[in-house]
Design a protein around this ligand. Sequence first.
Ligand SMILES: [Zn+2]
Ligand SMILES: [Zn+2]
Length: 744
Amino acid sequence: MTVRRQIRVTGTVQGVGFRPFVYRHATRLGLAGWVQNDSAGVLIEVEGDEGAVLEVSRLLVDDPPPLARIGTITATPVPVEGDTTFAIVESESGGAPTAAVSVDTATCTACLAEIDDPIDRRYRYPFTNCTDCGPRYTIVRSVPYDRPGTTMARFTMCEACQAEYDDPLDRRFHAQPNACPECGPRLLWGHLEGDAALEAAIAALEVGGIVAVKGIGGFHLAVDAANEEAVGELRRRKARDDKPFAVMVRDLDEARTLCTLSDAATDALTSAGRPIVLAPRREDAPVASGVAPNLPELGLLLAYSPLHHLLLRGVGRPLVMTSGNVSDEPIAHEDADASERLAALVDGVLGHDRGIHIRCDDSVVRATSAGRTQVLRRSRGFAPQPLSMVTPASRPILAVGAELKSTVAVTVGDDVVASHHIGDLEHFATYRSFLQAIDHLCALYAVAPELVAHDLHPEYLSTKLAADLDLPSIGVQHHHAHVASCLTEHGRTGPVLALAFDGLGYGTDGTLWGGEFLVADLRRFERVGHLAPVTMPGGVAAILEPWRMGVAWAHRAGVDDSFVDSRRDAVHDLVARGHGPVTTSMGRLFDAVAALLGLRPRVTYEAQAAIELEALARSVPRAEAPTFPVEIGRNASGSLVIDPSPLIAELVAGRTRGVSTPVLAAAFHESIGRAAAAAGADLARDHGLQTVALTGGVFQNPRLSDIVEEAFTAAGLEVLVHRIVPPNDGGISIGQAAIAAATS
Ligand SMILES: [Zn+2]
Ligand SMILES: [Zn+2]
């Protein structure tokens, strides 16, 4: 029987080879009709034998194109029209675009084979791509996703490229960035072009030079990762003291010479998003000590663009590939800006004339011991992949995030779409980039926000911006947003008992929270417990100088801290008089302990002390770590309070007795982790909850996460941990959007 069906597909279905996929199968099955992109996704009509028509729907569900991420598929019967052929119809403009834009994707094996083939017309061509790979989010200016709406608009395809682009059976059918040496972008190095430019950059790297390389989402600074002197020079020029650099390798074999790779790490490294993967470094890894000082892990990533492949093969060894910026400014992505800001930093710029419309840093993923991965920075290759919300928004919402590791998010239908990683808003250049990210996201999805969600911290630039927007707004407590981001990624509404442990977030009582036990769902939360409050002497100064927190905690614990710092007396007075903001931050407790163990009185990047404390603990197996007492009590208002004073006293005493620092670091993790889980299990029981959520930047600490998760699991509780949304402030915008959607 001849039937006709209209099929509507939503999700990430444009720019991923969806129409040729439908075309190929429809013609193979002898069906007539058409397929087209429109502002809502892909619309298909197929007509013919009933079994064949049903087969098309089955293929869409079971076996869609690799890069597609299907939201919904709905099919409705329509009258038979008597079509005899199947056609791909041009995109329809107009209407509000809701079709998701695909992520930037690593070069596929078919394209790599062409680059390697001396008789292929794309031999050694650094901008080779196809429907299955290449830049997307970073080159799109507007949707529907078509070439005129990308930074490729200025390149007119040659006959051969156009023929590929027009042929529904070709791998490059409607591949918007399609290009070849004849018609596409060129590499540039000063006055040199093409292969000559590439060779010049390789020569500079071989002699230890620092080279700016224009990639997919911005410029990297590249240097020979094994060259101690060159790496040191890069640190000096970039004004970056200790924060680790990422290392790019050619392939998995080269990665294995640097790190021990679990299956999870291997999967993450080779995934199409090609993130930086944190993995344990090998003792004999041929990298300079300055690449990741004092850390047991290296951040590795595989070459992900044709240019990277050519460059790494040319140099023949791993390269440091760090963001092209000075200190904490945003990564440079525009040519003029790059030559201006990076000129003093580098010995040469390997650029090209394909524009990057939106900057996008590399994403960062950690492979955990449990064989899972956790996204720590969700950016290139991940943004703007939508997440579905459990409670969809009734009107478009803009969520402006927090302050550090900033991201923004918008709601689009039932989804929430978070931006790439923007950075720390305290820098003016980052703030500008934050405004651009909002504009880009709103333009890409044609969203005109009707509600803005923001943090409660009155001093955050994002909060101030929200107030300036002239829109109804909703303030969302920082840790509640963390919990909501975790619930959203798990498709839950709660309530759960959540441990929200992080650096700092503004509390509803005006103090700085960060060691919180919340009973929370997407609508509301109750603070049922927290870490004991201490003074943060000197306010924000205590963040860069953990020794100050050491003094504060030593004072509370009543132990001698005279060894901590020469300025200890002045700070002790501040603490004794209660002078300074009050905080219940778990991150600051980790800082304090690192300082009291003589580890890190001052830091040069966020959470450095805590990261190094965890690194030290790693050399001690968990079974050999002593546990010291932690006091769990109730305050006047009935909240549970965790007081690690006895633990602090034991650690300081242990240090005096000469117990090794790694053992004390391991003891601290074990003791605080178990105490937190014991307290959490009690609270969950009190409130009749079966599920706990672990959220906040402190849960990037793999050892602490393991301890807490294991204890909760042993207590018979279900544990939700972050996988795809960062536990740190990079996830806040998603949580804000989810709460605003559920409450408005
Ligand atoms: Zn390809
Ligand atoms: Zn061409």
